[in-house]
Design a protein around this ligand. Sequence first.
Ligand code: FES
Length: 120
Amino acid sequence: MPYLFLCDSHTLTEGHYHEFRIPLSDLPADWADLRPVDLIVTRHQGKPKAWFNVCPHQGRPLNIAPNRFLTDENNQLVCCVHGAVFEPNQGQCVSGPCLNAHLKAVKIREDNGQVSVQLS
Ligand code: FES
């Protein structure tokens, strides 16, 4: 499966949530859902993590503005719509209207100073 380059490793900082939009032109030809793909990407305990930017509660994006996410006092991700809180290891909801649901994870890898995702 092809991986798509996202960013250089040094730009993915510990505990900071980044938004990435994968344009249609970069998606695999057989990607069934033909629309841009928005991702949430972070680094947690040294490892890159990625999820689709789709809240399991009502399917809305979690961010409050482009590349701007809310967090709680423990730096957990907070959905800006109804306040669901997600822990940064598995993307599991630990508080709010979709308790125990998970953000949908995206396969991510880091080699040679580059971070890439697999979308299929
Ligand atoms: S859409 Fe995220 S908490 Fe409702």
